[in-house]
Design a protein around this ligand. Structure first.
Ligand SMILES: [Ca+2]
Length: 99
């Protein structure tokens, strides 16, 4: 787990942030299309839930998250859309650590 300082550093350094997003995306993008489809997003959401001991998301949960992330509504999550998600997750980690 990255420390608070690491996360702050990543959020202020576009090169590091892009690298992180690229690596994370490549891990999830199992068919190597350069974008994420609903199945790929669903797989990672279920995996993360299992890893943290949470209830796995339902299909409608996944559809909801996907629709929210797919800003241009083309049915895929592209690099910029995925980057928005990562930035949000990192900011959430920072703000929950403050609480
Ligand atoms: Ca899209």
């Amino acid at each position: 787990m990255a420390s608070r300082k690491d996360i702050e550093q990543i959020l202020t350094d576009q090169d590091q942030l892009n690298k992180l997003v690229f690596v994370a995306m490549k891990t999830i993008d199992t068919n190597d299309s350069g974008t994420l489809d609903p199945d790929e997003l669903g797989n990672i959401m279920r995996q993360v839930a299992i890893d943290v001991g949470d209830t796995p998301p339902s299909d409608s949960d996944i559809r909801e998250v996907f629709a929210e992330l797919d800003k241009n509504n083309d049915g895929y999550i592209d690099f910029d859309e995925f980057k928005d998600l990562i930035v949000r997750v990192l900011n959430n980690i920072l703000s929950s650590e403050l609480a």
